[in-house]
Design a protein around this ligand. Structure first.
Ligand code: NOJ
Length: 504
């Protein structure tokens, strides 16, 4: 072998060593979250607290919905006792602290602190409960993140029409003021959880409490009132609590809509669905007014259906200005992805319908894995959605307020949950480092198994298992506890090949 050939081979060898060292280095740093990145877990009042009528709590829409007709929920279950966190919150916070969580996201039950829904009668025991919960978090150095509205509206406010009636806006503000004034230790305020779900499932199809079936009108009316309530709370907060440092925003639910093909109609259908399902709530807050696609499409169909005006309410100029800019960051929940294809125009004499307005056929790719509770697990979909959000709303700071997966409750060895988090968190790292999305926090759903709305206790999302037949509601760690705890403590994703060690 000539000297030149040996030299070239040596150089190749050295460069292959150094490039693999660089790659290792790169993959190492790609697994590390930016400095100061926060990890936490979430729950919500009706899903965990129980004590549905204890200590002066008023009736909420989920109490009425489940008691009036128990068959509305799988196995006729309800949240009367749930995880009994009203009595066991100290244990919950201790578990969060042992995991090394930086924040704990919970929600406040409006009827627990204002049993009549109105501000004239404050339930001091309800207030005390949340003050204790906040104090308990602070004791361990955990940031309390409080959501003001996670779906448990007092029945009295619902009886006024709930999100169908703009008159509830000042009542919402009164409730929010009392909650905020009572809880100065909260580190981060979230006004409403998942408006898309509220407006579609509660006021459109009516499968969730309060069960209003009014599709084609209900979704838009609800969005219109809910956005005004959110903005009014935000404006009140900034005006009346200037000394509070906690940021405030709304929690939007971001599922990704992937075009089913490269055909222009399918690309447009997927974009249209993103605008109906996400833009309807995000655009008024982050850009101002409804998205143009939404305005045009609902107007077009309303006309063809012989309405004299669009079924989508119009914001006045003043309202647009009032709602625009009411955010300090974006709260973002993400779970699943759909394939969307354009669909035939439904006949114009069919009843008004939100689904017909969107006009998109949903499907899934056969290679996608499906969670036991039925949703498509597509980690790259979460990344695409985050990139879309960055591009559409001018790169706001994003607090991921929920992401997680269910198990069927039969085993504590939840390897599928570990790989779910690993895959989604890897894509979140790609969103941060490769796409430049400004994500600064991640919150797993959920700290403990809990009441999963109309599927009752069949879908277990927790790091901690709860046996709902046990009157003590004993919390038992699943294998994913140590996995997530390591991430919280190191700020770094483990290597994929090491995941198996969490099963020891
Ligand atoms: C989003 C909701 O905010 C929460 O209440 C629910 O339990 C999870 N998704 C899981 O479905």
């Amino acid at each position: 072998m000539s000297f030149e050939i040996i030299l070239v081979l040596n150089l190749l060898f050295i460069s292959s060593i150094s490039s693999s060292a660089i790659e290792n280095q790169a993959s190492h740093s790609r697994r590390r979250f930016p400095d100061g990145f926060q990890f936490g877990a979430a729950t919500a009042s009706y899903q965990i607290e129980g004590a549905w009528d204890a200590d002066g709590k008023g009736e909420g829409v989920w109490d009425r919905f489940t008691h009036e007709d128990p068959t509305r929920v799988q196995n006729q279950e309800n949240g009367d006792v749930a995880c009994d966190s009203y009595h066991k919150y100290k244990e919950d916070v201790r578990l969060a602290a042992e995991m090394g969580l930086h924040h704990y996201r919970f929600s406040i039950s409006w009827p627990r602190i204002l049993p009549t829904g109105y501000e004239h009668k404050i339930n001091e025991k309800g207030i005390q409960y949340y003050q204790n919960l906040v104090a308990e978090c602070l004791k361990y150095g955990i940031q309390p993140v409080a959501t003001l509205y996670h779906w448990d509206m007092p029945v009295t406010i619902q009886d006024l029409g709930g999100f169908m009636n703009p008159d509830i806006v000042p009542l919402f503000v009164n409730y929010a003021r009392i909650a905020i004034r009572s809880l100065p230790g909260v580190a981060n305020w979230m006004t409403m959880n998942e408006p898309k779900l509220i407006c579609t499932r509660e006021y459109g199809e009516g499968a969730f409490a309060p069960g209003v079936k009014n599709t084609g009108f209900g979704e838009y009316r609800c969005a219109y009132v809910l956005l005004k309530a959110h903005a009014a709370i935000y404006r009140m907060y900034k005006k009346e609590f200037p000394h509070y440092k906690a940021p405030m925003s709304i929690v939007l639910d971001g599922e990704w809509n992937e075009p089913a093909s490269n055909k222009t109609e399918d690309i447009e259908a997927a974009q249209r669905r993103n605008q109906f399902e996400f833009g309807m709530y995000a655009n008024p807050i982050f850009n101002g007014d409804w998205p143009q696609e939404l305005i045009d499409r609902v107007e077009e169909r309303s006309k063809m259906e012989n309405f004299l005006q669009s079924r989508l309410p119009k914001f006045t100029r003043k309202e647009i200005e009032f709602i625009k800019g009411t955010w300090d960051y974006m709260g973002f929940n993400t779970y699943w992805t759909n394939l969307v294809a354009d669909d035939e125009e439904p006949p114009y004499d069919s009843p008004p319908s939100y689904i017909n307005d969107i006009r998109g056929k949903l499907s899934k790719d056969p290679s996608w894995k499906v969670a036991p509770c039925g949703f498509n697990m597509v980690p790259w979909g979460a990344r695409k959605m985050l990139k879309w959000v960055k591009d559409t709303y001018n790169n706001p700071p994003i607090f991921i307020s929920e992401n997680g997966v269910c198990d069927d409750g039969t085993s504590l060895v939840d390897y599928d949950r570990i790989t779910f988090f690993q895959d989604y968190l890897s894509e979140i790292l790609n969103a941060i480092y490769k796409d430049g999305v400004n994500i600064y926090a991640y919150t797993a759903w959920s700290l403990i198994d809990n009441f999963e709305w109309i599927t009752g206790y069949s879908a277990h999302y927790g790091f901690y298992h709860i046996d709902f037949n046990d009157p003590e509601r004993k919390r038992t760690p699943k294998k994913s506890v140590r996995y997530f705890s390591d991430i919280c403590k190191t700020g770094k994703l483990p290597r994929r090949e090491d995941l198996i060690s969490y099963l020891d």
